[in-house]
Design a protein around this ligand. Structure first.
Ligand SMILES: NC(=O)c1ccc[n+]([C@@H]2O[C@H](COP(=O)([O-])OP(=O)(O)OC[C@H]3O[C@@H](n4cnc5c(N)ncnc54)[C@H](OP(=O)(O)O)[C@@H]3O)[C@@H](O)[C@H]2O)c1
Length: 246
C-alpha cells in the first residue's frame, strides 16, 4: 500500500477523534482538523506515543473560501491527502417551527456546504494529479428514521447521503470512491448532555438493545470505507446503528 494520508475533520472529539486513532493505528498518516487546537494537539501526541503519525490542523469548516488554502497547508505538512473523512458536524434539537433562518444557514453550512466544498476541492486535486482518492462522508440514522426535533439536521444528512451517491457517480471513472457511514446514536459530545436527562435515559431504555453506541463501534466500518484496495465499493451509505432504525 502506498502511503495513505487521511484528513479527518471534526477530529477534536467524538467520532472524529476515534476515526483518527483507528486510522493511525492502521498505518495512515492522519491530519486531525477542527477548531479546538488544544484537543487536536493532545490527540496527535497520543497517536504519536502509540507509534502512529498525526498532525493537528486548526480549521473552521464554515470558512468555505479558506478551504483551498487550508488543504494546501495540510498537504505541505503531511503530503498529498489520499482520503477525506468528512466528519465535522453539529446537531440541534429544535422544533421545526422554532428554526430561524440563521439557525438554518448555520447547520446547512457546517453539515452540508462545508463537506461539499471539501469533497469537491479534494476531487479537483485528485483529478488534476491523476491520483486515486477515497471520501467517507458521515450521514446519520436520522435520514432513515424520522426523529422529532431533528428536521433541519436530518435534512442536512439526507443531502449528505445523496451527495455521496452523486459524487460517486460523477467521479466513477476517475479512481475516486465516495461512500458514507450512517451511524445510529453514539455517545459523544453532540448528544451526551441529552442522554443524561430523564428523557434521554428513557430513549436509551427504548432502543432495541437498550443502549447507545461507543465511537469504537464504527472502527471496522471506517477502515473498510477508507481502504484504498476496496476498488469495487462506491456510492454506498452504510447504516451502523445497532438496529436502532428497525
Ligand atoms: N454521535 C451520534 O450519535 C451521531 C450519529 C449520527 C451521525 N453523527 C455525526 O457524526 C459526526 C461527528 O459527530 P460527533 O457525534 O462525534 O459529535 P462531536 O463530539 O460534537 O464532534 C463534532 C466535531 O465537529 C467539529 N466541528 C463542529 N463545528 C465545526 C466547525 N465550524 N469547524 C470545524 N470543526 C467543527 C467539532 O470540533 P471543534 O468544536 O473543535 O471545531 C468536533 O470535533 C457529525 O457529522 C454528526 O452529525 C453523530
Amino acid at each position: 500500500m502506498t502511503e495513505q494520508i487521511a484528513l479527518v475533520t471534526g477530529a477534536s472529539s467524538g467520532l472524529g477523534a476515534q476515526f483518527s486513532r483507528v486510522l493511525a493505528a492502521n498505518g495512515y498518516t492522519v491530519i486531525a482538523a477542527a477548531r479546538r487546537e488544544d484537543r487536536l494537539t493532545a490527540l496527535c501526541k497520543e497517536i504519536i506515543a502509540a507509534g502512529g503519525k498525526a498532525h493537528p490542523l486548526q480549521m473552521d469548516v464554515t470558512d468555505i473560501a479558506g478551504i483551498p488554502a487550508t488543504l494546501d497547508k495540510a498537504e505541505a505538512m503531511a503530503g498529498p491527502i489520499t482520503c477525506l473523512i468528512n466528519n465535522a458536524g453539529i446537531g440541534t434539537e429544535q422544533r421545526a417551527t422554532d428554526v430561524t433562518p440563521d439557525d438554518f444557514d448555520h447547520i446547512m453550512t457546517v453539515n452540508l456546504k462545508a463537506p461539499f466544498f471539501l469533497a469537491t476541492e479534494m476531487g479537483r486535486r485528485w483529478i488534476g494529479r491523476k491520483q486515486e482518492g477515497r471520501i467517507v462522508n458521515v450521514s446519520s440514522l436520522s435520514v432513515a428514521r424520522a426523529i422529532p426535533g431533528l428536521t433541519s439536521y436530518a435534512m442536512t444528512k439526507a443531502a449528505i447521503s445523496r451527495m455521496t451517491q452523486m459524487l460517486a457517480r460523477e467521479w466513477i471513472n476517475m479512481g475516486i470512491n465516495v461512500n458514507a457511514v450512517a451511524p445510529g446514536y453514539i455517545n459523544t459530545e453532540i448528544n451526551e448532555a441529552a442522554f443524561e436527562t430523564d428523557k434521554g435515559k428513557q430513549m436509551t431504555a427504548m432502543m432495541p438493545r437498550r443502549r447507545i453506541g461507543d465511537p469504537s463501534d464504527l472502527d471496522q466500518t471506517i477502515l473498510y470505507l477508507s481502504d484504498p484496495t476496496q476498488r469495487f465499493l462506491t456510492g454506498q451509505v452504510i447504516y451502523v446503528d445497532d438496529g436502532q432504525g428497525l
